[in-house]
Design a protein around this ligand. Structure first.
Ligand code: ADP
Ligand code: MG
Length: 187
């Protein structure tokens, strides 16, 4: 039997950009989160100045328990200006955040949803829980354990895969959309 890819992305989706980065320690993960946050802000700003609404971004985080998925989400949220706690949404499935980006006006607010679908096992629950709307709302959705959702997530903009390597982590990033690619190019 062919080996199934360890993620939820349909096999028909094509990768526009792939990057591998060694994250030697947690500080390196924090620095990557910082670059990713700046990239998100820039891409969102560009889409808006070109007269489009920001379409949001779906980022899937793949990796075993302890690989560093939540650490990366935490680093990204902090770099986006969130100062409170970032708890792992293992039981709640999702934690919502609103961050204020630099600039003026009401457009400064950005919604960020942090999903952990480890305990998600009923795709029918997806619509009932109202999760679909989060992905169509111009928000940034950071999704741990996307494999658990089966095909309901569709094609993500980005996939970050984390693997333990020595004392650190190897991050393999795949972009599946132009927005994802534009972000990854800045990381
Ligand atoms: P996950 O969400 O993937 O289950 P966590 O982020 O909760 O993993 O935990 C990852 C663990 O690995 C934490 O103890 C964190 O301190 C550590 N860690 C995170 N990033 C790195 C890194 N780049 N190098 C070494 N250790 C890391
Ligand atoms: Mg986690």
């Amino acid at each position: 039997m062919p080996v199934q890819p360890d993620h939820a992305t349909p096999p028909s989706a094509s990768v526009l950009l792939e990057r591998t980065t060694m994250l030697a320690d947690e500080a390196a993960t924090a620095a990557f989160g910082e670059r990713f946050a700046r990239a998100l802000e820039a891409v969102r700003g560009e889409q808006r100045t070109s007269g489009h609404a920001f379409k949001g971004l779906q980022v899937q985080l793949i990796g075993d328990l302890g690989a560093g998925k939540t650490t990366l989400v935490r680093a990204t949220l902090r770099a986006l200006g969130h100062t409170g706690r970032v708890r792992s949404p293992t039981y709640t499935l999702v934690e919502p955040y609103t961050v204020e980006l630099p600039g003026k006006g009401p457009d400064r607010e950005l919604a960020v949803y942090h999903f952990d679908l480890y305990r998600f096992n009923d795709p029918a629950e997806w619509a009932d829980a109202g999760f679909r709307e989060y992905f169509d709302s111009g928000a940034v959705c950071l999704v741990e354990w996307p494999q658990r959702a089966g095909t309901v997530l569709g094609v993500p903009d980005l996939v970050f895969s984390l693997e333990v390597e020595g004392e650190g982590r190897r991050l393999t990033a795949l972009a599946y959309s132009e927005s994802g690619k534009a972000c990854l190019e800045r990381c």
